[in-house]
Design a protein around this ligand. Structure first.
Ligand code: SAM
Length: 281
């Protein structure tokens, strides 16, 4: 079969299947032939490894993953793409397509049933409208996976991969760093997709940690992070007071015990400082 990233091939397939793009489902398909092989290679897909792909589209990345990994399970919400994928993945017998919403899927169960005894990684060109919920689901569900390699909007990748404590960091940076070590891999221009989105993209890999880098009560930790970043312009004492609904004097005592200045801003705090605040709540 001709290369799936070839624009002529894609148009032919889509025409034959009468397929029209759904903006609501974030359907921007890759047409740059260099992106998928690189992404698949960097995802850790190799012999002995199973891969979960989210949103295979017409299967351009899926093909590369199938060629490298032992098994690929691709989760696609749009049932109109099922006959397309049947055609484009015909040469592989190590792939299974599941028609489901990834946010609704029990991934623990899926991994147990489909990848027993295998190392598992996730690799996906994510639909942008659900980037954060998908990433946080993959991390919060504490799945037995070693890495998550995803393409997201460039700005989102920059924020997630910014060092904790830097001006570019946000609640998502701190949250992701609790579970993983993020790594920015490469940028992908908007022109690499059909239809072209308005913004550029980037591929990043989240290397899952064996255990969190700080010792804390998880529920309190994430409540503190959420409250701290809820009003970025405010100093930490004010944002915690309003975000957590506790009195200012109590917040000042907590901050003092945690060794955090009352006038600090959330984006300057380390993971340990967030944990220290949570542990003093
Ligand atoms: N992997 C293909 C590529 O790189 O060309 C397509 C990527 S496209 C950005 C996102 C894909 O995710 C689409 O195929 C879309 O139908 C699918 N999708 C959207 N929402 C989804 C969801 N909640 N669960 C699973 N797949 C979803």
């Amino acid at each position: 079969m001709k290369k799936l990233s070839d624009i002529g091939t894609i148009k032919d397939i889509l025409n034959r299947h009468g397929f029209t793009f759904s903006k609501a489902l974030g359907q921007n398909f890759l047409i740059n032939p260099s992106v998928c092989p690189r992404m698949a290679e960097l995802s850790g897909a190799t012999q002995g490894v199973g891969v979960i792909e989210i949103g295979p589209g017409i299967g351009v990345l899926t093909n590369e993953l199938c060629a490298l990994a032992d098994k690929v399970v691709a989760v696609e919400l749009d049932r109109r793409l099922l006959p397309v994928l049947e055609e484009t993945l015909a040469e592989y017998d190590n792939v299974k397509v599941i028609n489901a919403d990834v946010l609704e899927l029990d991934l623990q169960k899926l991994i147990k049933e489909e990848f027993a005894g295998m190392e598992v990684v996730v690799c996906a060109n994510l639909p942008y409208y659900i980037t954060s919920p998908v990433i946080m689901k993959l991390l919060e569900d504490k799945l037995p996976i070693s890495a998550v390699t995803v393409m997201v909007q460039k700005e989102a990748a920059r924020r997630i991969c910014a060092p904790v404590g830097s001006r570019e960091s946000g609640a998502v940076t701190v949250s992701v760093n609790y579970y993983a070590k993020p790594e920015l891999l490469f940028d992908v221009s908007a022109g690499s997709f059909m239809p072209a989105p308005k913004v550029d993209s980037a591929v990043m890999r989240l290397n899952i940690l064996d255990k969190p880098p700080v010792d804390t009560d998880e529920k309190k930790f994430f409540a503190v992070v959420k409250a701290a970043f809820s009003q970025r312009r405010k100093v930490i004492s004010n944002s915690l007071s309003s975000g957590l609904g506790i009195g200012k004097s109590e917040v000042l005592t907590i901050l003092e015990s945690a060794g955090v200045p009352a006038n600090a801003r959330a984006e300057t705090l380390s993971l340990q400082s967030f944990a220290d605040i949570a542990n003093n709540l």
